[in-house]
Design a protein around this ligand. Structure first.
Ligand SMILES: Cc1cc2nc3c(=O)[nH]c(=O)nc-3n(C[C@H](O)[C@H](O)[C@H](O)COP(=O)(O)OP(=O)(O)OC[C@H]3O[C@@H](n4cnc5c(N)ncnc54)[C@H](O)[C@@H]3O)c2cc1C
Length: 449
């Protein structure tokens, strides 16, 4: 394949917003190529087909264009027919419909120009500044002068060994539930086991309730707790953070700032959202040791409250709870076995939970491509040891801490380096900044229209 000027690795939301903002900056379509198996924009988050999988934020929050923050809200009002989206906390649209929006934005931005979309999966990256090579699973390779890594959320893998001793056609094991197709394989009266108690488990619950599930649902999770429902919230105050600030000060200040009321109350969520915009700056000011301590002690709490669920999804959970159809089984799965006509999940304390369908809701796995960059000494692990290190301008750092000038990364994998960068609007902001920097500092003038 011919040498590419700029290759975007990945085809999800991050890749699509990078493409959109590069084109808006006037970068020539012909100098950009995208690598991935699907049409850009949907990815793991918005490629689901179930109408029960909803955005966990109201309609004004996924901001793609900083100068037009209500672009999605207006588009949704005009194009999406979904009367159930409306709640007292705002409109919570289906994730699949947001995927349609993203596809449409890419289409509109291309304005009839062809996109160089290479079908394939990158399995190895080699090279150095200005000369990168991506090896595909098929054995082919792509050479590029510069690259943006946008591989996103690696799909979930089982957290413990799975032993299938016998095959039973009525039992199902779903390792990656994000596409949502497993729901149609679950008969209404069967016993469903959800491994994990976060937003993916809540998606499954909403999906089951929408299809009239009557059987039992067991949630296997270390804590008998789900993220709270979104309430109506607005930011009215600006917190006066202590200066200088340590991790202990940060936690103390947040505790004091948050009212002592349930987390699904508006007042609590207003305060939480007032704290949030400053957290990335504060995170970036901490050293590696401080970041690790903070995540070790408060990571689970942070993850619980950072992610809130749509009101529709929490209503589905409450319905199952009121019908006494759902239970928590506290613990961590240690082994999974299929035998004697059932799925058996053994928990760390020895207890065994049985059911007909097991859905893995344990969250993201490791990104093998990023691991390869670390093992080949092209990049270095981030402080959380879950991704690679980048600088605040999104440049990937080599193991000596020097920034590459032609290798960038955006999306959820930047969290260890930059902080709370999971939500669509945070990633879109990264893409907007990166596109401007690439246009100004890197793209040869012949590649800019
Ligand atoms: C299930 C789920 C639901 C979410 N819901 C919300 C929500 O409601 N609101 C919100 O604000 N945020 C939500 N998020 C947060 C989400 O992280 C971001 O919104 C965003 O979707 C991340 O996009 P991405 O492209 O970086 O990652 P992904 O969506 O994971 O997409 C990455 C894409 O790159 C491809 N890819 C990966 N590796 C390679 C490779 N080696 N070669 C080629 N292609 C590759 C994948 O196949 C995939 O298509 C959700 C995330 C998930 C996982």
């Amino acid at each position: 394949m011919a040498l590419k000027d700029l290759l975007i690795v990945g085809d999800g939301f991050s890749a699509a917003v990078a493409l959109i903002h590069l084109l808006r900056q006037g970068v020539d379509t012909q100098s950009i190529a995208i690598l991935g198996m699907h049409s850009p924009g949907r990815g793991n988050a918005y490629g689901c087909t179930s109408p029960a999988f909803r955005l966990n934020v109201r309609e004004d929050l996924p901001i793609i264009f900083s100068e037009d923050p209500l672009h999605f809200a207006k588009w949704a009002n005009e194009h999406i027919k979904d009367p159930q989206a409306k709640t007292s906390a705002g409109h919570f649209y289906r994730r699949g419909d947001f995927g349609v929006y993203m596809n449409q934005l890419v289409h509109d931005q291309l304005d009839g120009r062809a996109l160089n979309h290479i079908q394939g999966v990158a399995q190895r990256i080699t090279g150095s500044d200005g000369h990168w090579r991506v090896e595909l699973k098929t054995g082919e390779h792509i050479d590029a002068k510069a690259m943006i890594l946008a591989t996103g959320n690696p799909t979930p893998t089982w957290p413990c060994p799975v032993q299938i001793e016998q095959i039973f056609s009525n039992l199902t094991l779903t390792e990656n539930p994000w596409p949502s197709d497993y729901l149609r394989r679950i008969p209404a009266k069967d016993h469903v086991l959800l491994l994990g108690g976060g937003l993916t488990a809540l998606d499954a619950i909403n999906g089951l309730v929408e299809q009239g599930h009557q059987g039992k649902v067991s949630v296997i999770s270390p804590r008998a707790l789900f993220p709270p429902s979104q309430a109506p919230w607005v930011r009215t105050k600006q917190p006066q953070w202590p200066n200088p600030i340590t991790p202990a000060c940060l936690v103390g200040f947040m505790r004091h700032y948050l009212p002592n009321i349930p987390t699904d109350q508006s007042e609590w969520q207003c305060a939480w959202e007032e704290l949030r915009p400053d957290l990335n700056r504060i995170w970036q000011g901490f050293n590696a040791h401080q970041r690790r301590i903070l995540m070790k002690r408060f990571g689970w709490l942070w993850n619980l409250y950072r992610f809130r669920a749509s009101p529709q999804t929490i209503a589905a959970y409450q319905k199952l709870r009121d019908q006494q159809q759902i239970e928590f089984r506290c613990g961590r799965a240690k082994a999974i076995a299929v035998r004697d006509g059932a799925i058996h999940v053994t928990l760390s304390q020895g207890e065994v939970v049985h059911g007909h369908h097991l859905i893995n809701c344990t969250g993201v796995a490791r990104d093998r491509l990023l691991d390869q960059l670390i093992s080949d000494a092209i990049a270095s692990p981030d402080v959380l040891k879950s991704s690679i290190t980048i600088d605040p301008q999104f440049n990937v750092l080599n193991p000596k801490g020097k920034a590459y000038q032609s290798l960038w990364m955006i999306g959820p994998a930047t969290m260890g380096s930059l902080g709370d960068v999971i939500a669509a609007s945070a990633i879109a902001k990264q893409a907007e900044q990166l596109a401007k920097a690439i246009r100004l500092n890197w793209m040869p003038s012949s590649s800019v229209q």
